[in-house]
Design a protein around this ligand. Structure first.
Ligand code: BGC
Length: 374
């Protein structure tokens, strides 16, 4: 494998260190330190000097995450890690809390620890490009997870059909609103996905606007996908239109939450359709209660499991079958794109049957006699 020479070097260093320590009579048995004589790195949590990834032959995958704030990302991390472990590897996760410089230095840290493959969930599609270059210099393949890294030689991309996500959202909102003023509350401008969701939504909204059925009266991104940014956007949209708004296409459940908060303040929650995405618990509860029209469910289990399989295969130097390509401004990246699923009040069962949420959690705020029959 590509990291062989590096491993060999570190392995040799460990053995040499062990024998020199042994010479000094300070090697303990089975302590798990460099001096244990096993030739194994004690663990893989340290820096490069610790032996880096896989001195013991174990595959180590680095996961550089934008954030763990939204509910979905914790699921992504947990399912991904579990699957890699099941395949015999281990995962080192670092999350950057939405900060580009932090994500860059954390990725560098993972690279210097000698991970076999780096999986990146980019905060910023452009700013993460140097990570790819740095990883490649060390012979480490990079998988862009859920979010594309633009203008870089990304090895693989795994995500959902994100344009389709936007189409599903706008279709549902305009089917419910039929006509009138539509507000678009977008995600983070820095996230390539936010642009694809918007592209999809506009594929549906623009032709309706051209026909004169609807009018797009507001269209703004929400910094870092923050609900408070979406709240401000929605307040501005309502003020600018004197509350004459008939539907809201919100790009995800976090932004939908912010938008619904603004609608609530005007006594409009539940009266006009609002879309979302992710099937976050708070959002499916709002759907059950009637303040959110729909969400787009993206089975995290599918993307995290598939990504784990891809990462482990890439670490083994195996070829990965990716039936599509997505251009990222530099190359056509071999890609796996999964299907998103629209979920509204009539299909909440989808997320329950899939084990994504429990029935009692989804309907927590709804009187029990209104719960679906089991
Ligand atoms: C993801 C969404 C998520 C959003 C905010 C997007 O890139 O595709 O599922 O809601 O980021 O974290």
């Amino acid at each position: 494998m590509k990291k062989f020479s590096q491993r060999f070097r570190f392995g040799l260093a460990a053995v040499l260190l062990a024998s020199s320590l042994a010479g000094c009579g300070i090697v303990s048995d089975g302590g798990g330190g460099a001096g244990s004589g096993s030739g194994k790195a004690p663990n893989n949590s340290g820096g490069a000097a610790n032996g880096g990834a896989g001195d013991d032959g174990k595959i180590v995958i680095g996961m550089s995450m934008d954030t763990l704030k939204e509910e979905r990302w914790q699921k992504d991390r947990d399912i991904f890690t579990e699957k890699v472990q099941e395949l015999g590897g281990e995962v080192k996760v670092l999350a950057a809390n939405g900060d580009d410089a932090t994500q860059l230095s954390q990725a560098e840290q993972l690279i210097s620890q000698g991970v076999d493959v780096l999986v990146v969930i980019a905060h910023n599609a452009e700013a993460t490009a140097p990570i790819v270059e740095k990883a490649h210099k060390e012979g480490i393949k990079v998988i862009a997870y859920d979010r594309m890294i633009n203008n870089a030689e990304v090895d693989y991309y795994i995500s959902f059909d994100n344009v389709r996500v936007g189409e599903l959202q706008a279709q549902a909102v305009t089917a419910a609103a039929q006509k009138g003023n539509i507000v678009y509350i977008g995600g983070a401008d820095t996230d390539n996905n936010a642009h694809m969701f918007k592209e999809g939504a506009m594929n549906v909204l623009k032709p309706l606007e051209e026909k004169g059925a609807i009018k797009i009266v507001y269209d703004q991104f929400s910094k870092d996908w923050k609900p408070e940014e979406a709240l401000k956007n929605m307040e501005n949209a309502l003020t600018a239109n004197k509350n004459d708004v008939q539907g809201v296409v919100a790009a995800n459940d976090a932004t939908a939450g912010g938008a619904i908060q603004a609608l609530t303040a005007q006594g409009m929650a539940g009266k006009i359709p609002v879309s979302g995405q992710d099937a976050d618990l708070a959002a499916v509860q709002r759907i059950a209660e009637g303040t959110q029209l729909m969400t787009v469910y993206k089975p995290i289990k599918s993307i995290a499991t598939k990504a784990a399989e891809m990462a482990v295969s890439a670490a083994k130097g195996e070829t990965i079958s990716a039936d599509k390509t997505v251009n990222n401004g530099k190359i056509d990246v071999p890609s796996v794109l999964l299907d998103p699923i629209p979920v509204d009040k009539s299909s909440l069962n989808t997320v329950i049957e899939d084990g994504f949420h429990k029935l009692e959690d989804v309907y927590k705020n709804v009187p029990k006699d209104q719960w679906p029959q089991q």
